[in-house]
Ligand binder design. Sequence first.
Ligand code: GLN
Length: 515
Amino acid sequence: MNSTMHSGTEFFGHPKALVICFLTEMWERFSYYGMRALLIFYLTQHFLFSDEIAAGIFGSYISLVYITPVIGGIIADRYLGPSKAVVLGALLLVAGHFGMALEGTKAIEQMGATGTEVIRDPFYLQVFYFSLGLIIVGVGFLKGNISTLVGSLYTREDPRRDGAYTLFYMGINLGSFLGAIICGFLLQYKGFSWGFGAAGIGMLAGLIVFIKGRHLFGSAGLPSEPALLKQPTAIGISKEWSIYLLSIGGVIVCWQLMQSPAVVGGLLGTTLVLAVALVIFYSFTKCAPIDRDRMLVCLFLMSYQVIFWSLFEQTASSLSLMTDRNIDRVIFGFEVPAAAFQSVNAFFIITLAPLFNILWLSLAKRGWEPSTPTKFALSIIQLGLGFLVLVYGASVATDPTQVAIIWIVLLYLLHTTGELCISPVGLSMTSRLSVPRVVGMMMGCWFLASAAGNYVSGTIAAMTGSATVGGEVVDPAAALQTYLDVYQSAGLYSIAAGLLALAIVPIIKHYMHDA
Ligand code: GLN
């Protein structure tokens, strides 16, 4: 789609339709991160799951949401077109978030024949899992396709393209920032239903914005072959309605998968093996030598993401519980809710992303801009340093159960600078190193690596678990020590992996052939 087809340059010199992408994705991320900020507490304090089980459910959820965009993208490319896919995704998301707001009664612990038993209302537990299923499929239809719509507003050569994605990334984090703060405070002062309900209202706002502005995308948002959608299928309804029906089938599958985290691990593992095999096969059989090398380098560098997100995503699971239990959150007599800490990363992204853009540009002018593999290595080192800073902070604390707030803020600062060296850089790398014919498949692999990292994050979070009663830890000092042991290892392994990655930069650069 040529940018000249869209009238007006009314948003920082960009087509007006970018505002629609910005706002829709901002509200979607508001609901995603707002709800996610409460999720670990909902699992441990409302349903009274143990830390380990909660971490497993949480890890499965945050990995499935990054597997489904691959499928949502394929369906939009071949049938629905991005615009219908985004509306479908948004409708599922609104339903999912409002479903989460149906709280039911809190689980109770009682002594049974085999020790303490937890009694949960089975109906509301299923409402909860079903709502997660709706959200997972909703994100699958919305996230990738709204990102594709941003690109469709520009020609390949349009110099505004990168700037558009930077603005879009700010929209993501603005939503994330507001979501975590607003839903976090609502949880603290009103309860879960209010927090989850606010996420639903946010997503509803996103849906309305998109429906009102979808005409601005012109043909970019439409299905590539509209006639195909009207064709009848074997069950007597059109292809379009069959897709809607299938998406409900997808929700049912995800609803069940959420109740068996081990199956999600297997599914993810199988998908990963198949995807890697496919990329290697394609590179060796269909690519010229230079393209082949670049594709394989791209695939290799994606694996860094698994390490990155597996530790970074402790934010909403173990770090969140640790913040609740072991961070002194009182500032000037006011207690900051633990869930609200999840907005710190987004705040730093919004404030630091422009500075990083300036930094890379000024380094580039002098010929000093670090290469993509160097930035990735630095990202993993910063991630490790973040954990070590927190461990250091705990070692100088006077109270054996409470760590000062500054150390967790410094951890998030280092994790954010790390994120800025890998996440946006990786998106651009994927589009640059991939053969254009398969850039969609490679982007899918990028998200898949993110999904794998998210899944592993659940396993690591489970290692930090401590004994609880009624959602509260029994021994806060011992709990803190468990967190610190895991975080210290995470920090050291991460730095070691980053140093190794730095050492092999020259080899990787050689195979990138100056791309
Ligand atoms: N924080 C970014 C987003 O929500 C990237 C997340 C990821 O790739 N895992 O879009």
